[in-house]
Design a protein around this ligand. Structure first.
Ligand code: ATP
Ligand code: MG
Ligand code: ZN
Ligand code: MG
Length: 474
C-alpha cells in the first residue's frame, strides 16, 4: 500500500462502531479504521491533527503493550498509524456516506487529521491457500462475563442479575432497541457447551451490536436497527447451508434449517473453546461455572446434562474474562479512588505525567497495574493502580472476538494421500465438515480516565431502571 498513491476506488465501506468507521481494501487483506466525532462538530474538529495522531498511537500502544500481554499475543493485531492524503480521506468519506446506517450518522468521519489505523482485515484472512469456499467470520461482542462480588456493591440485585441483562431493560425502556436480547454473557463465558450454545442462539436471534457474520469479507448478517423487517434468518440459512452439507444431506440436500444452525453453533463453540490455533498444556478453570449464573438468563439450569469443565485456560474467552475481572471493586468501590486521584491531580497537576493518566501505554503502565498492593494503603499510587486496572477491564468488557472459519478442503481432510475412491467416500461420510479456525480480538481502545464518573451514573441509572421495571417487560 503506497500512502502517496491512495485511491478511494480501492476501498469500500466495511462497518463502524460508536467511535470509528472502517473501510476495507478491495484486493488486499487490509482495513483502515478512521476516527469519528459528533456531527455537531463537523465544521470544527474537536482535536488537532497531532492530537488525532497521538490518540491513534495510544490505541496501538495500549493494544500492543498492555492488552496483548493480558489477553495473549496470539489473539492481537495492533496495526499501525498511517498518515493519509487529505484529498483521499475527503473522497472516501463522500463515497461511504450513503452506505452508512442512518442510526450511526449522529457522528461523522474525521476528514481533517488524515490519520488512521491500518490493520489486517480479520474478515478475509489469508489462513490457507485460497479455497473455493470463502471463509466465514463471526464477530461477537461478548460484554461482561461475571457478577461483581465486591463488598462495595450497594444493591443486591447486581450480585444476581448480570450487567448486560439489566442494561437490556434500560435500553428497551429508553427506545435504543425495540426488543430485548435474551443473550446472557454468563452463559457464553460458562464453558458449558449447552449454555454456550443457548447464548449464541440468542445472539443470532437478536444480534443488536453484539453479533455479525461475514462471508468472504462481506457482512451477511447483522442487526438492522431502525428498520422493522425482522432479521432474515432464511437468508442466513441460505448462506450457511453449503458449509454444513455432508453425508446424505449432500446428496438429497435434505437438512433442516435447525440442523444447519445447530452445526454452525457447534463449530463456533469449538472455536471459542479452542486455544485459538496452537495447542498447549491446557488447564481447566473448574471453579468457573459455579461462580456465575445470572438470574435473568432464560437458560434452564435443570437442563444441564453434563457438568462443565469450565473454560480452558488458553481459550479466548478465559483470557478476556480474566482481564475483565481486574475490575475487582466494581464501579462503586472504584469511584472513591478515582476521586482520590482527581483531587491529587488538582493539587499537583504535573503528576499527571508521572502517573501515566493519559499514557504513554508502555511497560511501565502495565507494571503499575500489575504491581498493585492488595490492601488500600491510602496512597495515590494504590488509587492510580486500581483506576488503571479498572480501565483495562472496561476495554476487555467492550472488545470483540472475531472467529474465522475456513472450510478444510477434501485434500486436507485426508492428507495421507489416499486413492481418490476413498476420498470420495469420505466426502460423503456422515461426519460433520471440518474447519480450520483462527481467533482474534479487536477493538482494544483505552477508555479515558474521565469516563469513570459517567460509568458510575450509568450504573446507577441501569440498576434503578431494572429495579423499577425488571422482569415486567415482555
Ligand atoms: P464500538 O462501538 O464497539 O466501540 P468502535 O467504534 O471502537 O466500536 P471497532 O469495533 O473497532 O470500532 O470497528 C467497527 C467494526 O468494524 C467492527 O465491529 C468490525 O465489524 C469492523 N472491524 C474493525 N476492525 C476490523 C478488522 N481489523 N478487520 C475486519 N473488520 C474490522
Ligand atoms: Mg467495536
Ligand atoms: Zn445475564
Ligand atoms: Mg470500541
Amino acid at each position: 500500500m503506497e500512502l502517496d498513491k491512495m485511491d478511494e476506488n480501492d476501498w469500500k465501506y466495511h462497518g463502524e462502531g460508536n467511535k470509528s468507521l472502517v473501510v476495507s481494501h478491495v484486493q488486499f487483506s487490509r482495513v483502515l479504521r478512521l476516527l469519528k466525532y459528533p456531527a455537531e462538530d463537523s465544521e470544527n474538529p474537536p482535536q488537532t491533527a497531532e492530537q488525532a495522531f497521538r490518540q491513534i498511537q495510544n490505541i496501538v500502544d495500549f493494544s500492543s503493550n498492555v492488552m496483548s500481554s493480558l489477553l495473549g499475543e496470539k489473539f492481537i493485531h495492533s496495526g499501525e498509524v498511517v498518515k493519509l492524503p487529505l484529498e483521499f480521506v475527503r473522497q472516501l468519506s463522500i463515497k461511504v456516506q450513503h452506505q452508512r446506517p442512518a442510526w450511526r450518522c449522529d457522528k461523522v468521519m474525521d476528514i481533517y487529521s488524515g490519520c488512521a489505523l491500518c490493520l489486517p482485515n480479520l474478515t478475509s484472512p489469508a489462513l490457507h491457500q485460497p479455497t473455493h469456499t470463502p471463509p466465514l467470520c463471526i464477530e461477537i461482542k461478548p460484554k461482561c462475563g461475571f457478577l461483581p462480588s465486591s463488598k462495595h456493591v450497594s444493591k443486591d440485585i447486581k450480585t444476581k442479575v448480570c450487567r448486560f441483562c439489566m442494561h437490556q431493560h434500560y435500553k428497551v425502556a429508553n427506545g435504543k432497541w425495540k426488543r430485548r436480547s435474551l443473550y446472557c454473557p454468563l452463559d457464553l463465558f460458562s464453558g458449558n457447551r449447552q449454555r454456550m450454545h443457548f447464548a449464541i442462539r440468542h445472539l443470532i436471534e437478536e444480534p443488536q451490536n453484539n453479533f455479525k457474520i461475514f462471508k468472504g469479507g462481506q457482512c451477511i448478517y447483522s442487526s438492522k436497527e431502525g428498520s422493522d423487517d425482522s432479521l432474515d434468518l432464511n437468508s442466513l440459512l441460505h448462506h450457511l447451508r453449503p458449509y454444513f452439507m455432508y453425508g446424505n444431506n449432500r446428496i438429497n440436500s435434505h437438512m433442516t434449517g435447525k440442523a444447519v444452525l445447530n452445526d454452525f453453533i457447534q463449530v463456533l463453540v469449538n472455536a471459542l473453546l479452542s486455544g485459538g490455533g496452537g495447542d498447549g498444556g491446557v488447564v481447566m478453570d473448574r471453579q468457573g461455572e459455579g461462580r456465575s449464573f445470572c438470574e435473568a438468563s432464560h437458560f434452564n439450569r435443570e437442563r444441564i446434562r453434563h457438568g462443565s469443565q469450565g473454560l480452558p485456560s488458553d481459550s479466548v474467552l478465559f483470557r478476556i474474562l480474566q482481564t475483565q475481572m481486574l475490575d475487582t471493586l466494581d464501579i462503586e468501590g472504584l469511584h472513591p479512588l478515582y476521586r482520590r486521584v482527581e483531587q491529587h491531580l488538582q493539587d499537583f497537576p504535573k503528576e499527571r505525567t508521572r502517573l501515566q493518566i493519559d499514557g504513554p501505554y508502555n511497560e511501565a503502565f502495565l507494571e503499575k497495574l500489575q504491581k498493585c498492593p492488595t490492601e488500600d494503603d491510602g496512597s495515590v499510587e494504590y488509587a492510580v493502580a486500581k483506576v488503571h486496572q479498572y480501565r483495562v477491564a472496561m476495554t476487555a468488557k467492550d472488545c470483540s472476538i472475531m472467529v474465522a472459519l475456513v472450510p478444510s478442503t477434501e485434500e486436507e481432510e485426508d492428507d495421507e494421500g489416499l486413492p481418490s475412491q476413498r476420498r470420495h467416500r469420505d466426502f460423503l461420510s456422515s461426519r460433520p465438515p471440518a474447519f480450520s479456525y483462527s481467533v482474534s480480538i479487536l477493538d482494544l481502545d483505552p477508555k479515558p480516565f474521565d469516563s469513570i464518573p459517567r460509568q458510575l451514573r450509568l450504573d446507577q441509572r441501569i440498576v434503578s431502571c431494572y429495579l423499577r421495571t425488571g422482569g415486567s417487560l415482555p
